[in-house]
Design a protein around this ligand. Structure first.
Ligand SMILES: Nc1ncnc2c1ncn2[C@@H]1O[C@H](COP(=O)(O)OP(=O)(O)O)[C@@H](O)[C@H]1O
Ligand SMILES: N[C@@H](CCC(=O)OP(=O)(O)O)C(=O)O
Length: 373
């Protein structure tokens, strides 16, 4: 079988006992299955929830906290316990683990995003098992990944994984929540995730999970657009992950193989970067950059909004004010005010630089007309 790079996401619902606390037996079963996957030569990255579940009892709560501060404090206790349990389990299989705790802020700046990717690449090269979770204890509300489903999709893109396996307590995506509607039918295969499916899918989840099936479907849409093939479902026993990879999993498979992957620089622009201003362009420029793969030149620019420096990211809008994409600019907003609408030769005289008067190079551009991310 072809060796793959696989991200496995394990949700709280697959790691906890009936009281919502961490269930070591379940964790050990996942450990065995992950070890078998690695033993077959696949490169594996684990995105694991469970920090809040593992920590809330020692914090003094009788049930999983609902307040942000309660969850953050529980995760501060539980993350260490979770990693300790994983390390002990993987040690039995001769596997060394590494921990990465990420926040959204860690990926906003391009160099930090690239560093996270480089660290993961080095760990995989040396056959280490990276275990990733959101850094819940210091995450800021409104600037979180939302849930580990989306985090696992973003990690899949970052490492250019061929497959994302989302393990949960239900065997796939159903037409309705099967816990409340016994007539709901399972989708065995979906070639794509239309927006309508996301809208229709419930965010009702288990008592310990975040986001229910809705967040998994949303994550699957993102992962698919980044070129990853997805499985959402459940399984049991040490061979469950191998069965899933071989196409015999109990759940929903999403996307055909093989997928075209999206370059990391484009992923960063589309999913992580912060826009510092806006550039309005005329019809010709809008067409050139969004449909014809050209770079943006000063001549097509009609207006500049906001203040930004060279290298920062801006949104580009068409004459109707519709955002058509975003890119990293080679000039500051002040410089662009001077050269907007000018041909490159005239712009060069004003900026007094010998460099090519490209405002956004096509390699630093992400078009909304392209993939649905
Ligand atoms: N359309 C649906 N198909 C399948 N499960 C659904 C659907 N809508 C809601 N759910 C619920 O989503 C739950 C899984 O989500 P969640 O508890 O967040 O899991 P996890 O902890 O693994 O992230 C299931 O137990 C199920 O009750
Ligand atoms: N980061 C949190 C879990 C967040 C989350 O998305 O949970 P889940 O929906 O169970 O995957 C934790 O470790 O408890």
């Amino acid at each position: 079988m072809k060796k793959k790079r696989i991200v496995v996401k394990i949700g709280s619902s697959s790691l906890t006992n009936t009281h919502g606390g961490l269930c070591i037996e379940k964790l050990q079963e996942h450990g065995q299955a992950l070890a078998r996957l690695k033993a077959q030569g696949h490169e594996v990255i684990l995105v694991s929830s469970g920090a809040v579940a593992a920590g809330f009892t020692d914090l003094g709560y009788s049930t999983r906290p609902v307040s942000i501060v309660g969850k953050q404090a529980a995760a501060a206790i539980g993350q260490g316990q979770l990693l300790h349990a994983y390390s002990e389990e993987f040690r039995k299989h001769g596997i060394v683990t590494a921990q990465l705790l990420l926040t959204r802020q860690n990926l906003l700046a391009k160099d930090l995003y690239q560093n996270a990717g480089a660290t993961l690449a080095e760990l995989l090269k040396r056959n280490i098992l990276p275990i990733i979770n959101e850094n819940d204890s210091v995450s800021v509300e409104g600037l979180t990944f939302g849930d580990n489903d989306m985090l696992s999709a973003l990690v899949s893109g970052l490492v250019q994984a061929q497959m994302l396996i989302i393990l949960t307590d239900i065997n796939g995506i159903y037409s309705d929540n099967p816990r409340s509607n016994p007539d709901a039918e399972r989708y065995d295969f979906l070639s794509e995730i239309p927006d309508q499916l996301i809208e229709e899918t419930s965010s009702e989840g288990s008592i310990v999970g975040t986001g229910g099936m809705k967040s998994k479907v949303e994550a699957a849409q993102t992962a698919l657009a980044l070129g990853t093939h997805i499985f959402i479902g459940s399984g049991s026993g040490p061979d469950k992950l191998l069965d899933i990879v071989e196409g015999n999993g109990d759940g929903t498979y999403i996307g055909d193989e093989p997928q075209a992957t999206v370059k990391n620089s484009k992923q960063w622009l589309a999913l992580h970067s912060v826009a510092h201003g806006k550039i309005e362009v005329d019809h010709g420029a809008a067409l050139a950059i969004s449909q014809q793969g050209r770079s943006l030149l000063p001549v097509g620019i009609t207006e500049i909004f906001g203040r930004f420096t060279a290298e920062e990211v801006v949104e580009v809008v068409d004459p109707a004010g519709e955002v058509i994409g975003r890119g990293q600019v080679n000039f500051s907003s002040e410089e662009l005010q001077e050269i907007k609408g000018l041909c490159s030769k005239a712009a060069r005289v004003i900026t007094k630089t010998g460099k090519r008067q490209v405002v956004i190079h096509r390699s630093q551009w992400f078009s909304h007309a392209g993939k649905g991310i």
